[in-house]
Design a protein around this ligand. Sequence first.
Ligand SMILES: *Cc1c(COP(=O)(O)O)cnc(C)c1O
Ligand code: SF4
Length: 334
Amino acid sequence: MHDIQPQQIKHRADWQLELADAITSASELLHQLGLDHLDEAVSRASGFPMLVPRAFVSKMQKGNADDPLLKQILPVALEHDPRGYTDPLGELNAMTAPGLLHKYQRRVLLLTTGACAVHCRYCFRRHFPYANARPRRSAWQQAVEYLSRHADIDEVILSGGDPLVLDNERLGQLFAALEPVPHLKWLRIHTRLPVVLPSRIDDELTASLSALRFRTMVVIHANHANELATAEADALRRLATRGITLLNQSVLLRGVNDSAAALTALSKRLYENAVLPYYLHMLDPVQGAMHFEVPQQRAVRILNEMKAALPGYLVPRLVREVEGEASKTAIFTI
Ligand SMILES: *Cc1c(COP(=O)(O)O)cnc(C)c1O
Ligand code: SF4
């Protein structure tokens, strides 16, 4: 197959234009929010540059230096804290084919791209050498060959980076490679785009997802109720009406969502948008993000308060990822 340069020839979709227009300058962002005085606290030395779509910024509160959305994406001097690891989950050792992580029984995680639409400062993949790990088209073929040889695998999880940063044509090629593998039954997509760039959930995408023979699930990533406003609600409805199961995973983040009130509000907002909470992750000990850490004792207390305030189906599972374990490790709450 010949490689064309899609940007040069093809019409770019609205979401691609929005992504190209994402904010990468902290000064511009802070000026827009009326927070110019914070400019000096910003870190510009990071190897993980700031990146945030304007759709996400529009949900931040002007003049609020502690805005829970702003805190997730603004690089600050605290990132120079030397504690933590660069590959806290040992993922580089777990790779069985290029970009393929087969750590757990029955399911594999495919790193489809290194790119994201937003750079979350707490991300455990901020140090990841994607250039080596990410499958290009030929590597997808290797991943599919691996899947074909392992008849016990019935679920493939598209992850990244963010798989929905790929355009519909590239995704279509991937789906076309996966669909003929007879033992694959379920497709799961881990993506933050319905939350940070809801225009990505366009008709072509929802149509192609619902045309697949797979039972399909989309696991979104929202940490705070303010992340879900009208445009996001519409995007989620477009997925839900196509019969796609929607779950959410969050990371427990100091200063962002580390209270029962914040997480209870998030669970309710998710449910109102057809999404159920799935995992609440303890922060992975990643270098540059340790200032987001919430002690386990506090996490357990918050979870128990949530259990008292919510029906069981709106309480996420509090988990930590431990290298070498057969699944995510549940943290004991009442
Ligand atoms: C989290 C994770 C999964 C999915 O685990 P579930 O408990 O099924 O959600 C699969 N593979 C890897 C490598 C993971 O990190
Ligand atoms: S969208 Fe996900 S993978 Fe991308 S930076 Fe945020 S947490 Fe990391």
